[in-house]
Ligand binder design. Structure first.
Ligand SMILES: *Cc1c(COP(=O)(O)O)cnc(C)c1O
Length: 394
C-alpha cells in the first residue's frame, strides 16, 4: 500500500456513528461507570478522542510509537526539555529556530541546563561539544533560513555512543520528505503550525517518539503542565494532514523552479536551496530527504537592508509575513523580522546577510510566482536603482 493510501485510511471512520470525518469531541470530562471505570477517557487535558486520533496519525506518519499534540510548536519543545534536570547539557544546532533559542537561553539556562551551540553539519564539532553531562542533541535540518543540512543517521550514532537522546525538529522537511526516527533519532518535534497544518489557520505542535517509554514520559509532562491542543484545532490539523503529501510535492516543485530562476537573476548574489547542486548540503539532502522542501532563501548583490526592504515591499502574491508552510506564498526579511534580536555581527556570521530574503513558496502556479518576483525586482529597482546596478537585463 502506498504511504498516501495508508495515511488516508489511518484516519478512522467514527465507530459510534459512521461519520467519515473525525468528530470534534468538544467536552471537558467523560462520564465514568464507577470510579476509574471508563471508556479510555476521563478528563480532556489528559486525553481527548479527537486529539488522540490526530496523535495516532502523526505517530504513523513519522514511523514512531507515540504521538503527542500540543498547543504550539514551542509548547512541544518545552515538554521535551522537561526530560532534563539541572546540570544536564544540550548540544544544539547553531542556527536554531529563534523561539527555541529564547526558550533554551532565557528559561532553561535559569534552571541550570547548559546549551552548547555548534555547526551540526560538522560531525567532529558535535563530538567535541559532548561532555559527560550531555543528555540531548538538538537538530534542525534543513535549518532556517540558510537551509543547512546535518547528517541525521551519523549524529544518531554519535548520540547512541554517548548515551544521549537525539531530537530532530522536522518542521521544515515534514515527514513526507524525511522521517528522522527511521534514521535513528529518538524524538521528532514539529511546529504543526507550518506544513502539517498547511493552511496558516492554526498554531499547534507535535512530538513523536521512537519508543513508548519516552512517549509516556513526555505525555506525563504534558498532562502535568497542560499545554494540550484543543479538539477543534486537532480536527483542523487532521484536515490539513489529509493533503500533506500532495501539498509538499507541489511546494517542492514550485520551490525548485523559483530557486533556478533566482540563481540566474542578475540582481541575486546567493541562492540557498538544498535542491541546487550549488548548495553545500545538496548531496546529503539528496541522500536523506525524499525532496528538497518549499523554502528558498537568497541574498542580493546590493547587500543592504534598504535593498531587501525595497524588494519585500514590492511583491503581490508573496505576502510579507513571518511563518511558513501554508498554501499562500510568503516572504520575510530575517534581519529585520525573525532574526532582529540577534546582534548584527552574530547574525551575519551565521550566514544571515543584511539582504537575505526568505521565501515560503506556496501552491500558486510557479509561473505566476516567478512573474511576481520578476516585477518585484523591477519595482525595487525603481525605488532603489542600485538593486540592479550590475545590469538592466530582465
Ligand atoms: C515555527 C517554528 C517553531 C515554533 O513553533 P510554533 O508553532 O510557532 O510555536 C519551532 N521550530 C521551527 C523550525 C519553526 O519554524
Amino acid at each position: 500500500m502506498s504511504t498516501i493510501t495508508q495515511l488516508i485510511h489511518s484516519i478512522p471512520v467514527d465507530e459510534l456513528t459512521g461519520a467519515i470525518a473525525v468528530p470534534i469531541y468538544q467536552t471537558s470530562t467523560f462520564v465514568q461507570e464507577a470510579p476509574g471505570v471508563n471508556k479510555g477517557f476521563d478528563y480532556a487535558r489528559t486525553n481527548n478522542p479527537t486529539r488522540q486520533t490526530l496523535e495516532n496519525i502523526v505517530a504513523q506518519l513519522e514511523g514512531g510509537e507515540t504521538g503527542i499534540a500540543f498547543s504550539s510548536g514551542l509548547a512541544a519543545i518545552d515538554a521535551i526539555l522537561k526530560l532534563l534536570q539541572a546540570g544536564d547539557e544540550i548540544v544544539a544546532v547553531d542556527d536554531i529556530y529563534g523561539g527555541a533559542f529564547r526558550l533554551f537561553s532565557k528559561v532553561y539556562e535559569k534552571f541550570g541546563i547548559k546549551v552548547h551551540y555548534v555547526d551540526t553539519a560538522d560531525l567532529q564539532a558535535v563530538v567535541n561539544a559532548i561532555t559527560p553531562a550531555t543528555r540531548l542533541i538538538w537538530l534542525e535540518t534543513p535549518t532556517n533560513p540558510t537551509l543547512k543540512i546535518s547528517d541525521i543517521s551519523a549524529i544518531a550514532a554519535i548520540a547512541k555512543a554517548h548515551q544521549c537522546w537525539l531530537c530532530v525538529d522536522n518542521t521544515f522537511a515534514s515527514p513526507v520528505l524525511q522521517q528522522p526516527l527511521l534514521q535513528g533519532a529518538d524524538i521528532v518535534v514539529h511546529s504543526a503550525t507550518k506544513y502539517l497544518g498547511g493552511h496558516s489557520d492554526l498554531i499547534a505542535g507535535v512530538v513523536v517518539t521512537r519508543n513508548k517509554t519516552l512517549g509516556a514520559e513526555i505525555k506525563f509532562y504534558q498532562n502535568a503542565c497542560g499545554a494540550i491542543l484543543s479538539p477543534f484545532d486537532s480536527f483542523l490539523l487532521i484536515r490539513g494532514i489529509e493533503t500533506l503529501h500532495l501539498r509538499v510535492k507541489q511546494h517542492c516543485a514550485n520551490a525548485l523552479a523559483i530557486a533556478q530562476y533566482l540563481e540566474q537573476h542578475p540582481a541575486v548574489d546567493k541562492v540557498f536551496y538544498p535542491g541546487l547542486s550549488s548548495h553545500p548540503g545538496h548531496a546529503l539532502a539528496k541522500k536523506q530527504q525524499k525532496g528538497f522542501g518549499g523554502i528558498v532563501s537568497f541574498t542580493l548583490k546590493e547587500d543592504t537592508d534598504e535593498a531587501a526592504q525595497a524588494f519585500v515591499t514590492s511583491t503581490h502574491y508573496f505576502k510579507l509575513a513571518e511563518s511558513l508552510g501554508g498554501i499562500k506564498s510568503l516572504l520575510c526579511h530575517p534581519a529585520s523580522m525573525t532574526h532582529k534580536s540577534i546582534p548584527d555581527e552574530k547574525r551575519r556570521a551565521a550566514g544571515v546577510a543584511d539582504s537575505l530574503i526568505r521565501l515560503s513558496v506556496g501552491l500558486e502556479e510557479s509561473d505566476d510566482l516567478i512573474t511576481d518576483l520578476a516585477q518585484a525586482f523591477k519595482s525595487a529597482e525603481k525605488k532603489l536603482p542600485s538593486v540592479l546596478s550590475t545590469s538592466n537585463i530582465l
